[in-house]
Design a protein around this ligand. Structure first.
Ligand code: HEC
Length: 138
């Protein structure tokens, strides 16, 4: 009897700590999306963010990317759009150039501490893409 109670309480403990761990898990891509992209693209990624009226062009529905591309998530193309380095600056772009933005923010944050600038930019953009891939409609 005692061992059964002991086993049950161990199980309870394991379940509780599992729940706590699950709550603490940080969804980096989602957090990044909600703080940097949702103002235009909307919290749900469908392109209806609160500042859309101020833009010349409406942000595309980011949940349709795979569907528009024959069921395949266009990872490399979207990476280039977000990074923005290959886009010619002919003034036609409403979407911020995140590669440059992240590089500036990281430089401000790390200052004299050595860090991998290109690696940090890549990690952030890949986390965003991993999140955007998760919100694709089937
Ligand atoms: C200031 C508004 C604004 C913000 C903030 C913004 N975007 Fe955009 N985004 C746009 C607009 C507008 C477009 C359509 C292309 C254009 O006009 O530049 C676009 C295009 C895109 C595209 C290309 C989609 C396609 O089908 O070609 C992706 C991917 C994207 N944004 C991701 C993001 C991510 C990720 C963030 C946050 C890191 C972000 N956007 C933040 C306005 C914004």
């Amino acid at each position: 009897m005692k061992t059964a109670v002991f086993k049950l309480s161990l199980l309870g403990l394991a379940l509780c700590s599992g729940a706590v761990l699950a709550q603490q898990r940080v969804d980096f891509g989602k957090r990044e999306f909600e703080s940097n992209c949702a103002s235009c693209h909307g919290m749900d990624g469908k392109g209806r963010g609160p500042i859309v009226e101020l833009l010349r062009r409406s942000p595309p529905d980011l949940t349709q990317e795979s569907k528009k591309n024959g069921g395949v998530f266009p990872m490399n193309r979207l990476y280039d759009v977000i990074e923005g380095g290959n886009v010619q600056a002919h003034g036609g772009r409403d979407m911020p150039i995140w590669g440059r933005d992240y590089r500036i923010k990281d430089a401000e944050y790390y200052m004299d501490t050595p860090y991998d600038s290109a690696g940090l930019v890549r990690a952030r953009i890949l986390a965003l893409l991993e999140y955007i891939n998760r919100i694709q409609v089937k």
